[in-house]
Design a protein around this ligand. Sequence first.
Ligand SMILES: Cc1cc2nc3c(=O)[nH]c(=O)nc-3n(C[C@H](O)[C@H](O)[C@H](O)COP(=O)(O)OP(=O)(O)OC[C@H]3O[C@@H](n4cnc5c(N)ncnc54)[C@H](O)[C@@H]3O)c2cc1C
Length: 512
Amino acid sequence: MKTDYLILGSGLSGLVFGSLMAKSGKKVQILEVHEHPGGFGHTFMMAKKYKFNAQLHYVWDCGEGYTVNRVLKKLNLDRTVTFERYDPDGFDRMIMPGYSLKIPSESEELIHRLSELFPQDAHQIRKFVLEVKKTREGLKKLSPPVNPAELIQHFGEVSCAVMYLYSTLQDVFDKFNLPVEAQTLLALQWPDFLLPPNQLSFYAWVILFSGYQEGAFYPTKHFEFVINSLIKVIEDNGGEVILNHEVTNFMVTDKAVTGVKAVNQITHEAREFTGETIICNIDPKKAAQMIGIDQFSPKVRRQLNYDYSPSNYMAYCVVKDIDLRDYGFGKWNTFHTGHRNLNQAFTQMYKNHDYSNPSFAITTPTLLTETERDCPDDCQIIEFLTVANYAYFKQLQDTSRKAYNQKKEEILNYILDVVEKHYIPNLRKYMVFKIAGTPTTNERFCWCPHGNSYGSSLTPKNMGLGRLNHLTSLKNFYFCNASSGYPGFAPTFWTGALLYQRLSGDVILGTA
Ligand SMILES: Cc1cc2nc3c(=O)[nH]c(=O)nc-3n(C[C@H](O)[C@H](O)[C@H](O)COP(=O)(O)OP(=O)(O)OC[C@H]3O[C@@H](n4cnc5c(N)ncnc54)[C@H](O)[C@@H]3O)c2cc1C
């Protein structure tokens, strides 16, 4: 039987698209180069007993009626793939010298907490938080599929959102004249974007910040179960996910993509795969380079001219015989900065490679769900995430493995020094396992060019009107990944579901 949809890459948007198409009766085949499916969302096991998700920490839009829930319902998975909610009274906990703030779900409570910290600026704080809410409502109306009647009905919110099309978060902080410490507390989840306020698109910040306010979640049975459940739908409906196959060439005739060549990573055999329609979950720019950039229309070429998001450093650690709940951890993330100014903190790490006063995220996946453990009973997992520069790490790796390993170790030590000083005394004593990933690790295991973390960088330029979408200008060929939609668990669910909706006519996200 001929493949209806040949999907290149098993990242979340590819899997969501594939599972929806398979469920609707189409024959789906997915080619994935890695030994684990899921792309950035893949899970790996270390020392035969500790499971880590490569990148995902917490997710939004999973509540009743939201994107993820709608897709899962369509797939009959909503009762098996469930989520645990983070603490609504403080899902992100921000810590900086002299200040701390628990970010609550309720905007009024956020205004109250910030106003207590900065009483002189209470009026401006209120105005800023209300503007964020208004922008969020406008962006919801502007997000495809667009309903023109709603645009008119919500003209105030829509025009508020449009006004910030080319604004950074810093522009809006400045407009509302917020004190720098309040800015830092509000923007401390910068590792979720890997950009500082003076580069980050205000839209990107509003979507994520408000999304988590409406509900921050962790999958009850971890991210691996989500990925496996999507794959099961594909397989139960006659489709297949073929791992360890690298797409190396595209077959293109008369501006139509008909198939690809892929090399089996184990046997090194090359094989051709064809499909009625080819869906590209591989980074669009990388795929376009393989196809030949001149095959694309001038418009798509311009859209493909995005710069990549910065990369990251992540340390995956296991502690034993200690309960992290006794040290201020729980159903929330902790974000730390030693610097008052996040723009400076970012430059210091990303440009100067100086981590002596780091800003980073701390997550504790074991504390987020009771149902299934990702490590033995007497252990807990703790992870640290910050920004890292690809070019710097690549050069270290290429020239001196020793220097590369030393830098990895140095960053972890700086982070652990801070954690031992401010959060968990003698943490190192309890640590039974640690492994760190750098930008080149990302490139190797997530196959993302330059180790990019979120596809195209989340700057106003990339988030603006010239953003790439599913259309490639080639026949039978569509993009479907973070850079042609939006990055993140819920946004890639949305990206895959929207493409399904567009190609099938079956409405799951709203207006067709
Ligand atoms: C550090 C970090 C933290 C993050 N934290 C969160 C979070 O907490 N919450 C959240 O919502 N989001 C988070 N994200 C973002 C989220 O993980 C991604 O946006 C999302 O998973 C991207 O999905 P995708 O569909 O674009 O595909 P990708 O994950 O990019 O997958 C693409 C797939 O294509 C495969 N591939 C590439 N080249 C080839 C080839 N030649 N042949 C065959 N296969 C190929 C790759 O191996 C990969 O499996 C994080 C990302 C990073 C880096």
